[in-house]
Design a binder for this molecule. Structure first.
Ligand code: VG1
Ligand code: CO
Length: 542
């Protein structure tokens, strides 16, 4: 039976860079999930009888939230609800299911790289019919709706058994529990030369993939160990845990330090990789060769044609604004367009749909292509493996040759996490006010060529997005970028992105923080970071 339940709005149900993210106890409040999900449905049109995809990264509260979503979706008139078995779907796999099953859209339950567990974070994100995150005009409408909602529609039905494949009824709708891995593994098989990668492993190539007790475990084991013949034990921490084993499922040099140490050890593996909570990020470390995400985007773009799925070449590249300009040099040499978008995958969707770009990436360890409409951690790992197999070279050699051909963009991100919101906002405000005065100023060898508050005009749908981060550009091509995170759940996080271009191969062997030292110091001074945040040092350097 369909029930109509009276409710009142909750404060702050505002989707950020990638959906609504809050602490678990916030989501556990009565009506909280219902309000947000009903607000999404209230902003959609013409979905009666269509298909909705639902899945999550398996974190604490995933199963409960999925049952709620199923009841609301059925009561609101969706005809078919596809759910990953166990409530599991990695973010890229969900994107793929939406596309191949021609669904109206999808609801992804994830807070990505944020910690999980009863005191951790939870999140809900809506994806549209192309498989990608809802664009800003949709997320803004949803937020507006959360502020006026008075009732939601649900069923009084029992829970669906999420562990049994197949169809069951829920009100007038059909719920179909699907294998979360099959379609996705098939897609990877079509894009890459699995025989060639199998040959690589057969020749003794050694790899470690850390699924970080998060969603990619089942995918990585199926693809790497079963389909590609990597030795048993290649995939570590492969069982998705509701609290990610108490770890922070963020594949960076802080939270996946052990992989870095392994790759740098004397008899270390040839290739180390990891993914995040929901499987859309990637970390790539060759033996004695850490690849920054920005460099990875550039190197994948330059070599993608070696993989069967991209043999015809790539149409263009898109990167988020703070991502280094290494990819720009590749695009320039290839004679293809480079698009600079605001942070967040939702801005790539239109460019991919219009065929303007094939490969996209962000400095935050996200790369992907037009095969889905999300960033895709395992995809990046498999493309790297296919390139290594095709070139018969180590990651270190590929990286060295890339830098020699294109120059090296030294790059680092400094995060000041959980600082006071007022101070962080004041810091951004004073930077914004001082922008006009910066041009022409000199600091030692560094001269400011210009500074602005990044705004994006979408060339496909004509929409505008302002205030996407402060850019300070230098005459020698260096950059300092400041922005506040839109994924945190407590206080504010200031991100400072620092980049310097080095054309001279003789200077490509420097340690990154040392190569950027003068820019880092200037970055602190220009924004008066200590004054506004009370912090002298960042909490995380990647
Ligand atoms: C961060 C990253 C951004 C990424 C977003 C979602 O956002 O910087 O590049 O798209 O997370 O990634 P922010 O607003 O905190 O800087 V995920 O893997 O958390 O879905
Ligand atoms: Co993620």
């Amino acid at each position: 039976m369909i029930l109509t339940i009276a409710t009142t709005p909750f404060e702050g149900q505002k989707p950020g860079t990638s959906g609504l993210r809050k602490r678990v106890p916030v989501f556990q409040q009565r009506h909280y999930v219902e309000n947000f999900v009903q607000s999404i449905f209230d902003c959609l049109e013409g979905f009666a009888g269509t298909t909705l995809v639902v899945g999550g990264d398996g974190r604490f509260f995933n199963r409960e939230a999925i049952q709620t979503v199923i009841r609301l979706a059925a009561a609101n008139g969706f005809g078919r609800i596809l759910v990953g078995r166990g409530g599991i779907l990695s973010t890229p796999a969900a994107s793929n299911v939406i596309r191949v099953r021609k669904a109206y859209g999808g609801i992804i339950l994830s807070a990505s790289h944020n910690p999980g567990g009863p005191d951790g974070d939870f999140g809900i994100k809506y994806n549209v019919g192309n498989g990608g995150p809802a664009p800003e005009k949709v997320t803004e409408a949803v937020f507006a709706r959360t502020r006026t909602i008075t009732e939601y529609r649900t069923l009084d039905s029992a829970d669906v058994d999420l562990d049994r494949l197949g169809e069951v009824g829920a009100g007038a709708a059909i719920v179909e529990v699907i294998d979360p891995v099959d379609d996705y593994a098939g897609l990877m098989q079509r894009l890459f030369d699995f025989d060639r990668i199998r040959g690589l492993f057969a020749s003794g190539f050694r790899m470690k993939f850390d699924a970080m007790s998060a969603v990619t475990g089942p995918y990585a084991r199926q693809i790497l160990e079963r389909m590609l013949g990597a030795p048993h034990g290649t995939v570590m921490n492969f069982t998705p845990e509701p609290d990610f084993g108490g770890h922070h499922p963020d594949p960076n040099l802080v939270h996946a330090r052990h992989l870095y140490d392994l790759a740098m050890s004397i008899d270390g593996p040839d290739f180390c990789a990891a993914s995040d909570g929901d499987g859309d990020r990637n970390l790539i470390i060759g033996n004695h060769a850490f690849v920054t995400p920005s460099d990875s985007l550039a190197m994948l773009a330059a070599n993608a044609h070696l993989a069967p799925g991209y043999a015809k070449g790539i149409a263009g590249i898109a990167r988020s604004m703070p991502t280094s300009r290494a990819a720009d040099r590749v695009a320039e040499k290839m004679g293809i367009s480079l698009y600079e978008t605001p942070t967040g995958w939702k801005f790539f969707g239109n460019l991919l749909d219009a065929g303007l770009v094939t490969i996209c990436g962000e400095e935050s360890a996200g790369t992907g292509s037009d095969h889905v409409r999300e960033k895709d951690g395992l995809w990046a790992v498999l493309l790297w493996l296919d390139i290594v197999a095709a070139r018969r070279q180590s990651v270190a050699a590929i990286q060295r040759e890339h830098w020699a051909a294109y120059g090296r963009n030294y790059y680092s991100r400094h995060d000041f996490e959980e600082v006071e919101t007022d101070g962080a906002n004041a810091l951004m405000a004073q930077l914004r006010e001082g922008l006009v005065g910066l041009k022409g100023k000199r600091f030692g060898a560094l001269e400011i060529a210009g500074a602005d508050d990044f705004a994006y005009h979408d060339p496909v749908d004509g929409s505008d997005s302002a205030h996407q981060g402060i850019r300070v550009l230098f005459e020698d091509g260096s950059r300092i970028v400041y922005r506040l995170s839109g994924t945190g759940t407590s206080g504010a996080t200031l991100r400072v992105y620092i980049e310097r271009f080095e054309p001279d191969a003789a200077a490509h062997g420097l340690e990154t923080q040392a190569a950027l030292a003068d820019l880092i110091a200037l970055g602190h001074a220009l924004a008066r970071i200590e004054h506004f945040t009370g912090r002298r040092e960042p909490s995380v350097i990647t």
